[in-house]
Design a protein around this ligand. Structure first.
Ligand code: VG1
Ligand code: CO
Length: 580
């Protein structure tokens, strides 16, 4: 092949958000749009990092992925990349990409230097929905802000990109290496099995035998919903083939370009089928719900954990995993190096860290902030309230890992019960945790796709309000008398303890005297309009009061949050799009 230089002009708005660039497919399909972003990434990395490199290119298989992969292969070849690794059919979950970068050794002994991940995660897919792309580094984690800022600035000045001419499309459905001759030597495209590296890693972390005993016990029933995302490519291999779960326990496990028309977001609103099966929906299933249910998002880095008629909040989930990891998961048997959560995530993990005397960190929203801590050996387990949980086995959150962690805890708690005796359920584990550590009542209100101007004004109003706590408390007193008072308010700012970098404007916090919190943030993953997220939390230490319904318990704080922020006035919405 030959290298062609193609003239181009910048597109507005190619700024990577919380996790890469996400736009409507139609936007991505404009001539040069994807190319500009990819070339801007190569330029941000620098020729010395790109020449001779081995890069992974794959994703959750959403609509436009196959075309995008061919374009990226040709641009990589033209920019002097030595090898491209592609998961079969272009499928690799986000955690699997991270694992492949860190663990896979190519047929010629090569290791990967980075990856383009093609996903818009939990956003819907299809010709009229979203596409996305992000770059991950040599440690397997998302590019840090220093790089994403550089990529963005390159997109505003780009004049040309390089692409291989005369390089045929590569058949990514067939496993094997195809070699091409370029002006600077050989260029290889290596198509490999999407699951095997990831499965191997999971087997090195968990005790598959004890999980298998649980999953095949007649006492235990299991259900996993991939919402037609890429998790399906792993679920069958791991849960059915390795661990002996029944095929019928898999729901929506065939990856589809449009996720079957659904919204591949594992929460109580969008994972309807699973929620109904678990006995949580309004529809009464005649069958007894399974003991355990879980779901994943499009790129399989998120997880929702459910018990029979029981929802585990993600903030509780990470705390419970941290509290049990050393006993239940062989990978952690030597102890935890530390734990971390994102700022809006509830403080349930803080209490565990304090009790177990573990290092603890609070970082801004988005997985990229955990990577530095993990690379420095300061953090083993971390999580976000947004259904993200993971550990230092990779540098992304990991949906299937979280399910295996919960199955490990269940297997451990039931190791003497599977023959006779009552099964310790998901709900038992959570209630036990609350009675030991107290409970953080928690809810998140999302106002999706609101007018961007109104959303900005709301945030500006809240920042301004913070300057007088007296005024804030006067307003609150006028709303309700059964809510404690605000003792501190700020915009969250983070100084990375490893490299000293500072991230500002990471959300507005109102902290109350009794430990309650209200947090307001604008989403950085949407592709249109703005999404406001409101996070509401209240701590209850008294174990006789930890069993309430969370929406009831939080009603006074919700009332305060909505009135204090003038949510309805600014957004025109009287109800949120999603409540979790
Ligand atoms: C959301 C979540 C955040 C998560 C991010 C990426 O970001 O709140 O916790 O890390 O999505 O997850 P935002 O900016 O929209 O609030 V994923 O599964 O979309 O890669
Ligand atoms: Co995701």
């Amino acid at each position: 092949f030959k290298v062609a230089r193609v003239e181009t002009t910048p597109f507005d708005g190619q700024k990577p958000g919380t996790s890469g660039l996400r736009k409507k497919v139609k936007v991505f399909m404009q001539p040069h749009y994807l190319q500009n972003f990819v070339q801007s990434t190569f330029n941000a990395l620098g020729a010395d990092k790109v020449r001779g490199a081995t890069l992974v290119v794959s994703g959750d298989g959403r609509y436009y992925s196959k075309d995008a992969i061919q374009i990226i292969i040709k641009m990589a070849a033209a920019n002097g990349v030595r090898r491209i690794w592609v998961g079969q059919n272009g499928l690799l979950s986000t955690p699997a990409v991270s694992a492949v970068i860190r663990e896979r050794v190519g047929p010629d002994g090569s290791k990967a230097n980075g990856a383009f991940i093609l996903t818009a995660s939990h956003n819907p897919g299809g010709p009229h929905e979203d596409f996305g792309i992000k770059y991950n580094m040599e440690n397997g984690g998302p590019a840090p802000e220093g790089i994403t800022d550089k990529i963005y600035s390159n997109t505003t000045t780009i004049k040309e990109y390089l692409i291989a001419e005369g390089l045929p499309d590569v058949d990514i459905s067939i496993i094997g290496v195809t070699s091409f001759a370029g002006p600077e030597g050989q260029f290889d495209v290596d198509v490999f099995d999407s699951a095997s590296d990831y499965v191997k890693l999971m087997k090195s972390i968990f005790d598959f035998q004890s999980i298998q005993k649980l999953l095949t016990s007649p006492k235990f029933t299991f259900c996993y919903d991939a919402l037609h995302g890429v998790a399906g490519a792993y679920a069958k291999r791991i849960f059915v083939e390795e661990l002996g779960a029944k095929e019928s326990s898999l729901l929506n496990c065939v990856p589809k370009e449009d996720f079957g028309g659904g919204h591949p977001d594992p929460n109580l609103t969008y994972a309807k089928e699973l929620v109904a099966r678990m006995g949580l929906g309004k529809t009464n299933t005649e069958q007894e719900p399974p003991e355990f249910g879980a779901a994943a998002d499009g790129d399989a880095d998120r997880n929702m954990i459910l018990g029979k008629r029981f929802f585990v909040t993600p903030s509780d989930s990470v705390a419970i995993i941290a509290a049990n990891a050393v006993q239940a998961i062989p990978y952690f048997s030597g102890g935890l190096k530390g734990v971390a959560r994102s700022m809006p995530t509830s403080a349930a993990l803080d209490v565990v860290a304090k009790n177990l005397n573990l290092k603890f960190f609070e970082v801004p929203t988005g997985w990229k902030f955990f990577g530095n801590l993990m690379d420095a050996g300061m953090c083993s387990v971390c999580g976000e309230e947004s259904f993200g949980t993971g550990s230092d086995h990779i540098r992304e959150k990991d949906g299937i890992w979280a399910v295996l962690a919960w199955l490990s805890i269940l297997a451990y708690k039931n190791k003497d019960n599977l023959g006779g005796g009552k099964l310790v359920s998901v709900e038992d584990i959570v209630r036990q945790h609350w009675s030991t550590y107290g409970r953080h009542y928690y809810t998140r209100y999302d106002y999706e796709n609101v007018d961007a101007g109104g959303a900005k004004e709301l945030m500006a109003y809240l920042v301004k309000l913070q300057s007088s706590l007296t005024e804030v408390n006067n307003i609150i007193k006028g709303i309700r008398s059964d809510v404690s008072k605000v003792v501190h308010a700020d915009e969250f700012e983070y100084k990375d303890p490893v490299d000293g970098s500072i991230s500002k404007h990471q959300g507005i916090r109102y902290l109350f005297e009794d430990g309650s919190r209200l947090v307001f943030r604008l989403s950085g993953t949407g592709s249109e309009g703005a999404t406001i997220r409101l996070y509401i939390e209240q701590y209850e230490k008294d174990s006789s009061k930890t069993g309430r319904d969370s929406q009831d318990a939080l009603a006074p704080l919700v009332d305060v949050a909505l009135k204090l922020s003038k949510m309805k006035e600014f957004t025109g919405r009287s109800v949120p799009t999603v409540i979790t």
